[in-house]
Design a protein around this ligand. Sequence first.
Ligand SMILES: NC(=O)c1ccc[n+]([C@@H]2O[C@H](COP(=O)([O-])OP(=O)(O)OC[C@H]3O[C@@H](n4cnc5c(N)ncnc54)[C@H](O)[C@@H]3O)[C@@H](O)[C@H]2O)c1
Length: 250
Amino acid sequence: MKLLEDRIAFVTGGASGIGHAAALAFMRQGAWVAIADNNSEAARQVTSELESAGGKAMAITLDVTDADAVNMAVDQVVGEWGGIDCAFNNAGIALEDTTTPWGDHAIYDRVVSINQRGVLNCMTAELKHMAAAGKGAIVNTASIAGVAGTPTAAYCASKHAVVGLTRSAALQYAAAGIRINAVCPGAIETPLLAESMKDPESARIISSMHPMNRLGQPHEVADAVIFLCSEWASFVTGHMLAVDGGYLAR
Ligand SMILES: NC(=O)c1ccc[n+]([C@@H]2O[C@H](COP(=O)([O-])OP(=O)(O)OC[C@H]3O[C@@H](n4cnc5c(N)ncnc54)[C@H](O)[C@@H]3O)[C@@H](O)[C@H]2O)c1
């Protein structure tokens, strides 16, 4: 049985990495998938990939920092497909590395505008429709850096904010029939990590920070997202689901 037959799913950052894996997983579970990303070409490629596999998909070019554009994108999905059942607010960046000085305002503002404000923009647009329908499930991508400290201040602060936004919205919308959760991935093998993984010694260190002593794969996060969007999680809201090989258990 498919878990999300004919549900309508909106996935930001769906053109790469975790979002791409989630788009595929939504499709395999029977959902129609809107892939919203600021990389138009890659979003179109993922849409073609889903359609070639027999799925129903649409590509939307979107910068999540633009609240009006986000509203229009969600309205477009609801207008064309008749509603929005699941949203995976996942677009994000990680600009810092070990050489980034503390208090770099330009980096801080950029990271927060996408990772934090982007999630707020998306939830605002999605909740408008979900509240009217009296149902829906939202999953935000936080991180282990949303729960534990990391030396990357902007990223860490932005992901702690995603945790706060998720919990707050979950409380505000629990009685309205909308469940809102987050996934907290550990290091996952995606283009976001590619730079840090080039050096074998850094790759070994990053892997060894996870008790399972490896990186996670994008599909392992996608599976958690599907669970949280499905009826199997019908009494789960305001939860931060770690997908981290044990990182946060230490
Ligand atoms: N890879 C990891 O180790 C890891 C760990 C924890 C959390 N995360 C989080 O997972 C999410 C996905 O990351 P990923 O690893 O798949 O990275 P990725 O770089 O492979 O994918 C990110 C996607 O988001 C899109 N994007 C970036 N800025 C955008 C914007 N302003 N508007 C719309 N789309 C935008 C990119 O075009 C890209 O398609 C991010 O929120 C990231 O912080 C990743």
